[in-house]
Design a protein around this ligand. Structure first.
Ligand code: SAM
Length: 362
């Protein structure tokens, strides 16, 4: 992703341009007017990753522009990041510069924050981490009041925990999510809340049973489950499944099962082409799946998943890639029309756009 050229004065203009491009992309798809969901113009990213660029006896935070990947862009702050990350950046730099142990061969720094104020720092090194490093890092964690993980090749030292806890209000409920370091979580917390709320509005009144693919840590599952009789959610990443199971319990969701499966596998099981041990406790035939919720990676839906999607009355589709969304919508055009659409500005000042559609059987 290109480095964002942050300029709050042109925030509205860049969003309007993306909306226009989105409408043009979907011109052939009978698109209802999309609702637009803006980001905060600054401090919108809950995740930030930097290279530690060593020069002249110090190091600075660095990023690389894909168009000029050999040239580090050095920065002392990064106003796209959550305010707590911005406040921590100089304190962390000063503290590591004051400690030879913490500074030596530091390669990269990753921050993971939450809207509710939790913060996790991962320090990545090009050297083996020893007892001296651990002692220095523990002291640093105490001084900064945050959780720290140390990584180097084949090594992961978790000083206290490798997760953050998120919590926010949504439509009158307080939702709680554990997010693990290294696994997917939505980067723009404010926009994520808007996506959850939009998805709930679309799903209200659909009833029946929900099948969710690509459920990640249960971000949408927890928000949507109370609107359905039963939910089956699947996800391929082991850590995300662990997080999803924790999050269902934490939010007292009792009508949902999570199974670790690739979407291709679940599609084969639903089509009756294959059976899987991992589904042994799920009676697929007893479900009345009328709604499919998908939030796939950039590549969109694979052919097997598209095939089973055609059999659902409602398909609620969140996408981080309008091009693959458009291709998938075109493939479903004979059976489904777009009943609602939305764009979510997860990635301000870049050409990336998150979007959502509700497809309903014609
Ligand atoms: C865009 S993320 C969405 C996660 C979740 N819905 C959220 O809001 O946080 C896509 C998720 O799909 C998972 N994934 C990628 N390929 C998959 C596949 N073939 N089958 C199932 N899940 C997959 C990833 O591990 C990731 O958690």
């Amino acid at each position: 992703m290109p480095l964002p050229d942050l300029d709050p004065a042109r925030y509205d203009q860049q969003l309007a341009a993306k909306l226009a491009a989105f409408a043009a992309d979907f011109a052939a798809c009978e698109l209802p007017p999309p609702t637009a969901h803006a980001s905060q113009p600054l401090h919108y990213r809950l995740r930030a990753e930097f290279r530690a660029w060593h020069h002249d006896g110090v190091w600075d935070y660095a990023m690389f522009d894909p168009e000029n990947p050999r040239q580090p862009v050095l920065m002392r702050d990064f106003p796209a990041a959550d305010a707590a990350i911005c406040a921590l950046m100089p304190r962390l730099r000063d503290a590591t510069l004051a400690s030879e142990t913490l500074q030596r061969r530091l390669y990269a720094v990753e921050f993971l924050a939450t809207l509710s104020g939790d913060l996790l720092l991962t320090l990545i090194y090009h050297r083996r981490l020893d007892a001296d490093w651990e002692a220095a890092a523990r002291a640093l964690a105490g001084t900064l009041g945050i959780a720290i993980i140390g990584r180097s090749k084949g090594q992961k030292l978790v000083l206290e925990r490798d997760w953050v806890d998120e919590s926010f209000e949504l439509d009158g409920r307080q939702l709680h999510y554990r997010q693990y370091e290294g696994s997917f979580s939505q980067p723009n917390g404010g926009v994520n809340r808007q996506m959850l709320s939009w998805a709930r509005t679309q799903a209200a009144g659909l009833g029946g049973d929900l099948l969710e693919l690509y459920c990640g840590n249960g971000n949408f599952t927890v928000a949507l489950a109370p609107l359905f009789r039963r939910v089956l959610a699947t996800e391929v990443s082991k850590t995300s499944v662990k997080a999803a199971l924790h999050n269902l319990e934490r939010n007292a969701i009792a009508n949902t099962a999570v199974v670790r499966m690739a979407s291709e596998e679940l599609s084969a099981a639903l089509a009756g082409r294959e059976s899987f041990q991992r589904l042994r406790e799920i009676d697929l035939a007893s479900h009345d799946f009328s709604t499919l919720f998908v939030d796939p990676p950039r590549s969109g839906l694979d052919p097997a998943t598209l095939e089973i999607a055609a059999g659902f009355a409602n398909i609620l589709y969140i996408s981080c890639n309008p091009q693959t969304l458009r291709d998938n919508v075109a493939a479903l055009q004979a059976t489904h029309r777009i009943a609602a659409a939305a764009v979510f500005d997860q990635f301000p000042y870049t050409h990336h756009l998150e979007c959502g559609v509700l497809l309903q059987r014609r």
